[in-house]
Design a protein around this ligand. Structure first.
Ligand code: NAG
Ligand code: NAG
Length: 114
């Protein structure tokens, strides 16, 4: 969304923020955003994506490589997979609420320590 990016650039130019970042951008969107901001002299600081030991897609879908190449900091959201990697939840004790829909007993048995 170019309007959103221009808003970020405006905020940066007006000194309202010291840096700007995006969340959950694919490689293509990230490259486009970086280019668009660069034209206005605004560095893109970060891209926050789903990334953890059990979800390493950013290493395969080009997002991490693009971040490294362009000097954008990759920030992990769900770095402990919403608790699934903490040992707090087990197949017999899955989380309740919305995260219980992702981290089901089946899922937890696959990530459980051997
Ligand atoms: C994040 O991106 C993925 C892949 O492009 C998409 O499936 C998912 O819905 C997005 N999540 C949010 C919260 O926008
Ligand atoms: C994020 O990663 C979790 C695994 O920790 C996965 O189950 C979930 O589908 C991912 N969400 C998105 C939006 O890609």
């Amino acid at each position: 969304n170019p309007g959103y990016l221009d808003g970020l650039a405006d905020a940066y130019e007006q000194g309202l923020v010291k840096s700007v970042g995006v969340s959950n951008y694919s490689e293509k969107r990230l490259r486009d955003a970086h280019e668009r901001l660069k034209k206005r002299g605004v560095p893109l600081a970060s891209n926050q994506v789903n990334y953890s030991l059990i979800y390493r897609n950013p290493e395969e879908n080009g997002v991490k490589a693009a971040c490294d190449e362009l000097g954008i900091t990759l920030i992990a959201y769900s770095p402990i997979a919403q608790g699934a990697l903490t040992g707090k939840y087990t197949p017999a004790n899955p989380p309740t609420g919305p995260r219980g829909r992702i981290y089901t007993s089946d899922f937890l048995s696959k990530v459980a320590a051997p």
